[in-house]
Design a protein around this ligand. Structure first.
Ligand code: SF4
Length: 326
């Protein structure tokens, strides 16, 4: 299947990006799908347009994370959205055929406006971002889009846009399927949503010592004030991490028994988590140490070239269908 997915470069890549997307992308790549993975720098501008000083560096850092997580430029097309200008042309053409109410009813539009109430999100780019997203997907004639549950509606909207275009101008685009990845949502180290603005993220590029400094003070079930107080893993952010980092059945039993009957301390529990996290993250840290900015920029240049050659073919067809031949 041809698949496409992207990440917004809003800050330094963190453990949540890895568990929520990059780990799954690597599996899809290794299963032999034809994958297009991109850094969505234009999408970052929809909510963070005022200050772009960090945008280029963040974009490079996200691509470094792709590579460190094992995405392979010889197997997948790894590129940056703004390097393939055809996305913008297709988004413009789609904006001509998308009725405004389709965008106003997008659930994340209202939710994000409420969540980011400190920002002025009355910009048209923010309203139109599902149209740009549809262009990102359809320009590669992608058949599947690996996303989390919160993005399912956007893929549905992409299918509607493809259908409308095909109806008006003739069969051009496939209707991409959602490839739903059920991944545990990782909270930040303070138990709140993981977010750079809360200062509670765990960077993906890390050292063993720094990881310990993030995990050991993590908040736990508030019922466990003393070691002798029983707790409930289901009320503890540490448990979400255990579930994300391959805890074995025996270990699971040990945590549940130890926590609910106050037989183990939270530090014992976190030490087990650290062991499992390090087992999975050490190969990533190792690769990180070998990937510099220069190499990353070369990967971007080559990936942009490959992506552009596919996007150009689609746009040629789109322009023909719409009689835009000059
Ligand atoms: S023992 Fe583990 S699961 Fe239970 S409260 Fe402590 S850290 Fe959380």
């Amino acid at each position: 299947m041809r698949l496409l997915s992207g990440v917004r470069p809003t800050g330094k890549p963190h453990i949540g990006n890895y568990v929520g997307a990059l780990r799954n992308w690597k599996s899809l790549q290794d299963e032999g799908h034809e994958c297009f993975f991109f850094v969505a720098d234009w999408h970052a501008l929809t909510t963070a347009y005022e200050d772009t000083k960090q945008l280029q560096q963040n974009t490079v850092e996200v691509m470094r994370a792709f590579l460190a997580c094992g995405l392979d430029p010889n197997k997948s097309v790894l590129f940056v959205q703004s390097g393939v200008k055809e996305h913008a042309e297709l988004a413009l053409l789609f904006s001509m055929i998308v009725p405004l109410p389709w965008l106003e009813r997008v659930p994340t539009y209202k939710e994000m406006k409420q969540q980011l109430s400190d920002k002025d999100l009355s910009n048209t780019g923010f309203l139109l971002y599902p149209v740009l997203q549809a262009a990102d997907i359809l320009i590669y004639l992608a058949e599947g889009v690996p996303v989390g549950e919160d993005q399912v509606y956007h893929v549905e909207l992409t299918r509607e846009i493809a259908r409308r275009f095909n109806y008006l101008y003739g069969q051009t685009f496939p209707e991409p399927e959602v490839i739903l990845s059920i991944v545990p949502k990782l909270p930040g180290t303070d138990g709140r949503k993981m977010s750079k603005s809360y200062g509670n993220i765990i960077p993906l590029e890390n050292t063993s010592e720094e990881l310990e400094k993030s995990i050991l003070p993590m908040v736990t079930d508030p019922a466990r004030k003393r070691r002798t107080d029983p707790g409930d893993p289901n009320k503890c952010p540490v448990w979400d991490y255990h579930r994300a980092f391959g805890i074995s059945e025996d270990e699971k039993q040990w945590v549940f028994e130890g926590c609910t009957k106050a037989k183990i301390g939270c530090i014992d529990c976190k030490k087990l988590l650290l062991k499992n996290m390090k087992r999975e993250l050490e190969p990533i840290w190792e690769r990180y140490s070998k990937i510099d900015e220069h190499f990353t920029k070369d990967v971007i240049e080559e990936g942009n070239r490959k992506a552009k050659s596919v996007a150009e073919q689609t746009m040629k067809l789109v322009r023909e269908r719409m009689n835009l031949l000059f």
